[in-house]
Design a binder for this molecule. Structure first.
Ligand code: NAD
Length: 500
């Protein structure tokens, strides 16, 4: 028997079908078609069904957001902040249930989905307060009887397009500040993880977000994304995804000079100097390289190691990788879950073959894992290459899987050259005990995030997050800058000469 829910319907035998959320109503797509949301640890487990939306749904969602804008903009920012704070508290209340649901949808172990959720919760609490802070400038005028000031105003409708690897944190990092700034939103999540975004939408609805202010549509990124990006009523696009898709979206936005905030790929390196604490570096690389199955934008995929310690480092890392337990992320003993889908297994394996043909030495993994229970999922062994050269494709291109390439170097200068040799610049780390080397690296590394004696991953909600070069287009998420990204400065001159 079908049980009615806010977002869709479910029967005991059938997975729940989620609807789009447009203009304050959960509605089926104009297409009448759905797609399955599959558990990557067990392909036979259909987690839920989602709407395969069409251009008509994009149009309806943008229309609803466009109409709702004026009233939402005029609601005082502290009142908008109250709604965001409530949504964060709802996510906190439901944390354990949501983390389990996210793991089932996306694969990473529950302790990682808990962290993903926690970032969304912490940032929601932080950014809600920005509603009472939103500062402008008040400065003297050069002219008598005149006052000058600036304040920030929202842009209008913001299209938010998100990836699957942080299925709660990233949609929240964008949606919370966009709404706080007074924009209305159309959210289109990645098709591998629409359930987590639906949970965010449900939390915001429960928190009191008015009809039309937040709209949610699911379906193919290419068609829906292009329609959202090119709709003239959409004032801004905020996208996190691959550099390839980011460039495409930037080109479309550029035609109309539409604001476009992009957080894109990475090829993040850890530099290990010969004076480093090797055990500390190995533990950090294991977590940053194999955590989330290597599918974080900040994942360590290159380790640039001083040649004096490269052999010892590789041995220790291979020993650590051999102990990682692969499995369903819902099981407490699991260290590493599956890749997000079968297509990713093929893509990662292709890169491993490329690495072998380029002459790098495979010292661990290098194959899908299909033993016993794992046969039904998208599992891939933690993989390590040594003798990698910096110009090899496996050292240049984003693999987005549990593959770490060790690149031996002679000294600090060669390490920095190798670290900076890719088109990306998201995150980079250095392990050394030498304070001079630390400060030189802080200056010399070309990346938006630098970690000293820690791996390449991890964000704090009150600090800006983002990359340089082709890892982004200069915007930053998180911190108070996040609200600036979603708002425009207005400069006002008030004349008050005595005209009596
Ligand atoms: P992706 O680029 O394939 O997709 C990202 C989103 O864009 C999805 O919602 C997708 O449906 C949509 N999309 C696809 N084609 C589109 C188009 N033509 N127009 C508009 N939207 C379109 O990326 P993914 O596989 O979901 O995520 C992995 C990528 O995201 C990696 O490259 C990773 O490094 C990057 N990432 C970056 C950050 C960061 O903060 N820099 C964070 C997480 C992930």
């Amino acid at each position: 028997m079908a049980a009615a829910t806010t977002a869709g319907t479910a029967t005991s035998a059938e997975p729940k079908t989620y609807l789009n959320y447009i203009g304050g109503e959960w509605r089926p797509s104009a297409s009448g078609a759905t797609f399955d949301n599959i558990n990557p640890a067990r392909r036979s487990d259909v987690v839920a069904r989602f709407q395969r939306s069409t251009l008509a749904d994009v149009d309806a969602a943008v229309s609803a957001a466009y109409e709702a804008f004026a009233a939402w903009r005029d609601l005082p920012a502290p009142a908008r902040g109250e709604i965001i704070l409530k949504a964060a508290l709802i996510l906190e209340r439901d944390r354990d249930r949501l983390a389990a649901q996210m793991t089932r949808e996306m694969g990473k172990p529950v302790k990682e989905t808990q962290g993903d959720l926690q970032t969304a919760i912490d940032f929601g609490k932080y950014v809600a307060g920005e509603g009472r802070r939103a500062e402008g400038e008040t400065v003297p005028s050069a002219i008598p009887d005149k006052m000058c000031m600036t304040f920030r105003q929202p842009l209008g409708v913001v299209g938010i397009i998100t990836p699957w690897n942080f299925p709660m944190a990233i949609p929240a990092w964008k949606t919370f500040p966009a709404l706080l700034a007074g924009n209305t939103v159309v959210l289109k999540p990645a098709s591998d993880t629409p359930l987590s975004s639906a949970a965010l939408v449900e939390a915001l609805i429960e928190a009191g977000v008015p009809a039309g202010v937040l709209n949610f549509i699911t379906g193919p990124g290419g068609t829906l994304g292009d329609a959202l990006v090119t709709d003239p009523r959409v004032a801004m696009i905020s996208l996190t995804g691959s550099t390839e898709v980011g460039k495409h979206v930037a080109e479309l936005c550029g035609r109309d000079l539409k604001r476009c905030s992009l957080e894109l790929g990475g090829k993040n390196a850890v530099i290990v100097m010969d004076d480093a604490n090797l055990d500390e570096a190995v533990a950090a690389v294991s977590w940053a390289g194999f955590g989330t199955t290597g599918q974080r934008c900040t994942a360590t995929s290159r380790v640039i190691v001083h040649e004096k310690v490269a052999g010892a480092f590789a041995e220790k890392l291979a020993a650590t990788a051999a102990k990682l337990r692969l499995g369903d992320g819902l099981l407490p003993e699991t260290d590493m879950g599956p890749l997000v889908n079968e297509g990713r297994v093929t893509a990662v394996h292709e890169y491993v073959e490329i690495g072998k043909s380029e002459g790098a030495t495979l010292v661990a993994g290098g194959h899908p894992v299909t033993d016993g229970e794992l046969a039904g999922g998208a599992f891939y062994a933690p993989t390590i290459f040594t003798d990698t050269r910096s110009d090899m494709r496996i050292a240049q291109e984003e693999i987005f899987g549990p593959v770490v390439a060790i690149i031996p170097v002679r000294d600090y200068d060669e390490a920095i050259r190798a670290a900076n040799s890719t088109i990306y610049g998201l995150s980079c780390a250095i392990f050394t005990e030498n304070a001079r080397t630390v400060f030189r690296a802080m200056r010399d590394i070309q990346s938006g995030l630098v970690y000293v004696n820690a791996g390449t991953t991890g964000a704090e909600p009150h600090l800006p997050f983002g990359g340089v070069k082709q890892s982004g287009n200069g915007h930053r998420e998180l911190g108070h800058k996040a609200v600036e990204e979603f708002s425009e400065i207005k400069t006002v001159f008030v004349s008050y000469p005595d005209v009596k």
